[in-house]
Ligand binder design. Structure first.
Ligand SMILES: Nc1nc2c(ncn2[C@@H]2O[C@H](COP(=O)(O)OP(=O)(O)OP(=O)(O)O)[C@@H](O)[C@H]2O)c(=O)[nH]1
Ligand SMILES: [Mg+2]
Length: 313
């Protein structure tokens, strides 16, 4: 049986193999996956993001248990957007989720974000497609919220959960980082620690600063103690509430359209860069200009202009 059929038959080893292939940007497999594109199911996508160490993996694991209680089959992609050298965090994620490792209705995979094109979004999208093909629903994508990556995850998910903790300064930082802008649900994790109340007040204040356009949805704030599974069912309920909001306002289709569109933009950018670094006419033009830029005979901006002209773009 070919790999795609085995994935559809929910064979764990085939799913694992497929995820490695998409992680490596394997051309043959990606083409086979693309042929399935129009037939793919659309599982619910949940993003879990937040500062390093806020408890995202532990909370994901608690949420997993809740969904299993509800009889759902859950796929998890934990993306590490930091350097390709930080293997430790990935291993940690794996270990923390081993409670589910023998459950065939759960699939957890850690991915480094380097991948073939270096993009967080491209590899994660493909991974989500594989898990969708295998019938997992919902799919949870965990990533650390640092810099650009929170915007990326907001695009990957239908519902984005931002995980904050009451440790000093966290809330102010989070507000600054624009993390609140993407929150559809806020989890105040480590609520067993002092300061949860204060943080909740800060978050509520932060919400007031949201632009008018974002006010149709009022993000629920849920307190959790992930290590004890506390608040996991409330968190699942808040996520479901947002899902209902998207559905009943006809917004889900728009979310998916935007996602497909930005996937196109990402892939087009990566393909163009690939062409410039590869062989042929584009590469010849690029190499010529690169020499001039290195010698400071031409500014990088002027070089790009010249490149577009030479390629008649
Ligand atoms: N006290 C307390 N500790 C928690 C809670 N949730 C998680 N932790 C601890 O916080 C630490 C970090 O948890 P992780 O789940 O690895 O956090 P993370 O956000 O996934 O971390 P990175 O992926 O490395 O950014 C671990 O030692 C957890 O046991 C909680 O609710 N209360
Ligand atoms: Mg983690």
């Amino acid at each position: 049986m070919d790999l795609l059929s085995r994935i559809k038959a929910r064979e764990t080893r085939a799913i694992a193999r497929a995820l490695t292939l998409v992680e490596n940007g394997d051309d043959a497999f990606c083409a086979a996956l693309d042929a399935e594109y129009t037939n793919l199911p659309h599982p619910e996508r949940i993003g879990i993001t937040g500062p390093p160490g806020s408890g995202k993996s532990t909370l994901t694991s608690a949420l997993l248990s809740e969904y299993r209680r509800q009889g759902k089959r859950v796929g998890v992609v934990a993306v590490d957007p930091s350097s390709p050298f930080s293997g430790g965090a990935l291993l940690g994620d794996r270990l923390r989720m081993t409670a589910h490792s023998l459950d065939a209705d759960v699939f957890v995979r850690s991915m480094a974000s380097r991948g073939r094109f270096g993009g967080l979004a491209i590899g994660s999208e493909d991974a989500c497609d594989v898990l969708a093909l295998a019938g997992f629903d919902p799919i949870i994508v965990e990533t650390v919220g640092v810099g650009q990556s929170e915007v990326d995850i907001a695009r990957l998910a239908d519902t984005t959960v931002v995980v904050l903790t009451p440790s000093a300064g966290d809330s102010v930082q989070a507000l600054k980082a624009g993390i609140m802008e993407i929150a559809e649900v806020v989890a105040i994790n480590k609520a067993d620690r002092e300061g949860a109340e204060r943080l909740e007040e800060d978050v509520k204040e932060g919400m007031e600063l949201r632009p008018e356009s974002a006010r149709a949805w009022n993000p629920p704030i849920v307190r959790t103690v992930a290590t004890q599974g506390q608040g996991a069912s409330e968190l699942a309920a808040a996520i479901a509430q947002h899902r209902t909001f998207l559905g009943s306002n006809g917004l889900l289709a728009g979310v998916r359209q935007k996602r497909a569109e930005s996937r196109l933009t990402d892939l087009a950018g990566a393909a163009l860069l690939d062409a410039l670094k590869g062989q042929g006419r584009a590469n010849t033009a690029f190499e010529g200009l690169r020499g001039q830029v290195r010698a400071r005979q031409l500014s990088p901006r002027a070089a790009v202009k010249a490149l577009l002209q030479q390629l008649a773009l």
